[in-house]
Design a protein around this ligand. Structure first.
Ligand SMILES: [Fe+2]
Ligand SMILES: [Fe+2]
Length: 290
C-alpha cells in the first residue's frame, strides 16, 4: 500500500472505501477518508477513518516511515468517518498526544472510552511546531459539526479543512487535475448541497476570516475525495458562489398528469424557457410516458 506525496514531507495516507453507496442521505460511488502525514523533525498524523480501515492507513504510513514514529495525532473532526481508528491507534501508541478542539474532546468521550487518552485542547491561532513544519489550528464550528476545525501547514501553504471542500468519490485520482476539474467540482457541489448548504452564512464568514489572515493557500486537502492543487482558487470561488446562492439560468419543471394535458403544458413552458436561452429540465413525477 502506498502513500501519495503532496509536498516534501507531506503525504496522503488515507483509506479508499470503494463500497460505500449511501452517506449523508445521497447515493455515492464510494468515498475516501483522507488522512495526512506531516513530517518535520517530529511527525503528525492528521485525521483517520472509520474503524476497520486501520490497516489501509497504517499500511500507507508504513510506506513512508515506521508507524511508531508518529509523535502526534491531529483530529479536525470527531465524526466516526474520521475518528473511528483512534481506539486502535491509541492502543498501538499509548499516550500519544491528540490535538483537537474543546468540543471535540467532549464529543470523543461520548463516542469512545477516552480515559487514559492524552487529549490536548487547541484554540484558533494555536500552533504545533514539528521542527521545520508548523501546524496552525483554526476552529470552524458548524462547518459542519460544532467540534470542527481546520489545520494549516504554513511552510507548504496547505489547508486541511476536513469535510469542507470535500467530495464523496472513490477513484485512483488523488488530485483535482487527475480527476478533471469539471468532475471534481460536480462532486464537490453535490457534497455542498447535501451537507453544507444550511450553514452557508458560516461558510462566507469563515472564508472571510481566512482571507483576513492573509495566508497563502496553495493546496486544499480535505478529508474526502481529491486534493485541490491546480484548482484551489476555483473551489474557493465555487464555495463563495454556492453560499451566496449564485445560480445558473436553469429551470426545472416538475409535474404529474393523468391524461397528458399537463405534459403539453410542461413542454410548452420548456420550449419558452429554451427560447429565452436558459437551460431546462422537465421531470415527470412517476415512471412512464403520458
Ligand atoms: Fe463530518
Ligand atoms: Fe466526513
Amino acid at each position: 500500500m502506498m502513500a501519495t506525496n503532496l509536498a516534501p514531507g507531506v503525504h496522503w495516507v488515507g483509506a479508499i472505501d470503494w463500497n460505500l453507496r449511501e452517506y449523508h442521505g445521497y447515493t455515492l460511488p464510494g468515498t475516501t477518508y483522507n488522512a495526512y502525514l506531516v513530517r518535520g523533525e517530529k511527525t503528525a498524523l492528521i485525521d483517520s477513518a472509520y474503524a476497520g480501515f486501520e490497516n489501509q492507513i497504517l499500511g500507507r504510513v508504513a510506506s513512508v516511515c515506521d508507524p511508531g514514529e508518529i509523535d502526534y495525532i491531529v483530529l479536525n473532526h470527531i465524526e466516526m468517518d474520521h475518528s473511528g481508528c483512534l481506539p486502535t491507534l491509541v492502543r498501538k501508541m499509548p499516550g500519544i498526544p491528540i490535538y483537537c478542539t474543546e468540543r471535540a474532546k467532549t464529543g470523543l468521550a461520548r463516542h469512545y472510552d477516552t480515559s487514559g487518552w492524552n487529549i490536548r485542547v487547541v484554540k484558533t491561532g494555536d500552533t504545533l511546531d514539528l521542527g521545520g513544519k508548523t501546524l496552525t489550528f483554526l476552529e470552524a464550528p458548524m462547518l459542519h459539526w460544532p467540534d470542527s476545525m481546520f489545520t494549516y501547514l504554513a511552510e507548504d501553504a496547505i489547508l486541511f479543512p476536513n469535510d469542507a471542500f470535500g467530495q464523496h468519490i472513490a477513484s485512483a485520482a488523488r488530485f483535482d487535475d487527475q480527476l478533471g476539474k469539471n468532475e471534481a467540482l460536480a462532486h464537490a457541489q453535490k457534497f455542498f448541497a447535501n451537507l453544507i448548504i444550511p450553514l452557508a452564512p458560516k461558510v462566507l464568514k469563515k472564508l472571510d476570516e481566512v482571507g483576513k489572515l492573509g495566508i497563502a493557500i496553495e493546496m486544499i486537502a480535505p478529508s474526502h475525495g481529491i486534493i485541490w492543487r491546480s484548482y484551489a482558487g476555483d473551489i474557493l470561488k465555487a464555495y463563495i458562489d454556492w453560499s451566496q446562492g449564485v445560480a445558473k439560468d436553469k429551470v426545472t419543471i416538475v409535474y404529474d398528469t393523468m391524461h397528458g394535458s399537463t405534459t403539453m403544458m410542461a413542454q410548452a413552458i420548456a420550449e419558452g424557457v429554451m427560447a429565452e436561452g436558459a437551460d431546462v429540465r422537465v421531470c415527470l413525477l412517476r415512471d412512464g410516458r403520458y
